[in-house]
Design a protein around this ligand. Structure first.
Ligand code: FPP
Length: 247
């Protein structure tokens, strides 16, 4: 039986988040510039998306550019921005045809104007689609997102719109960038690093974590299926006992 056939399609996660890591190391191994790795990494984005479509995943969130990534060498940052702009412009027609909804999380107002323009076009053109939601985390960091939520809630309390006692988990959920998106059940990180790197810290409270040695440019849809199979082998207890879950 191939990997795809082993997946229980009734129990696929509805939301998978991916930390796409290892582009630089992959390129260096080939004696190439780091940007070459990022370019090839776009093909892996296509693979992950096709895999998600195949097994009925509803939301796919990809960590494409973190707040901390601005600290990379200027040429790499510029190359990544250029790649983002070119990729969105090039792929939006096909994404739209395959019914994908494109959205972003992160402080996109901090991206170059041309990137903001391409993104706006992608949101507008795909907003009425009903297929997979492809969510790009761009200029995103979870601590930034949580800080912004705290500020908004504090301002609401200060303005008398709510009291401190009204603040619940849902208040925080509703003030995050992900307010319309269910929490991911599965977080994948490639390249053998075992960190969550400031990604969706609030939202992954109960996510299953899957780490693979595969470097992002080598990631194929089968690697997504392997991660889903690993997820399906886990017992998700949410703080309860095994006996309570299997009852
Ligand atoms: C991490 O690898 C990867 C990134 C910071 C960028 C991810 C971007 C892409 C896959 C391409 C563009 C994506 C879209 C959605 C258009 P790294 O550079 O940290 O690798 P390393 O750890 O080996 O140095």
């Amino acid at each position: 039986m191939n990997i795809l056939e082993q997946i229980n399609l009734n129990e696929t996660p509805q939301h998978i988040a991916i930390i796409m890591d290892g582009n630089g190391r992959w390129a260096q191994k080939q004696g190439q510039d780091r940007l070459f790795g990022h370019n090839i990494g776009v093909e892996s984005v296509r693979e992950a998306l096709k895999g998600a479509q195949e097994i009925g995943v509803k939301y796919l969130t990809l960590y494409a550019f973190s707040t901390e990534n601005w600290n990379r060498p200027r040429a790499e940052v510029e190359g990544l921005m250029d790649l983002l702009i070119r990729t969105i412009a090039k792929e939006v027609d096909e994404l739209n045809e395959s019914n994908v909804v494109i959205s972003t999380i992160g402080e996109t107002s901090g991206l170059p104007d041309s990137a903001q323009k391409e993104l706006q076009d992608a949101y507008d053109r795909t907003k009425d689609n009903t297929g997979v939601n492809l969510i790009l985390a761009l200029n995103y960091s979870s601590k930034w997102e949580i800080l912004e939520a705290v500020k908004k809630i504090a301002a609401n309390v200060k303005d008398g719109n709510m009291s401190v006692d009204d603040i619940g988990y849902e208040t925080i959920d509703l003030n995050l960038n992900t307010k319309d998106i269910p929490d991911p059940e599965l977080l994948i990180r490639t390249s053998g690093e075992h960190r969550v790197s400031n990604f969706l810290l609030w939202q992954i409270a109960y996510a299953e974590l899957h780490f693979t040695e595969v470097l992002w440019p080598d990631f194929k849809r089968e690697d997504l299926y392997k991660a889903v199979l690993d997820y399906q082998s886990r017992e998700r207890r949410f703080g309860m006992t095994s006996a309570q879950i299997t009852k």
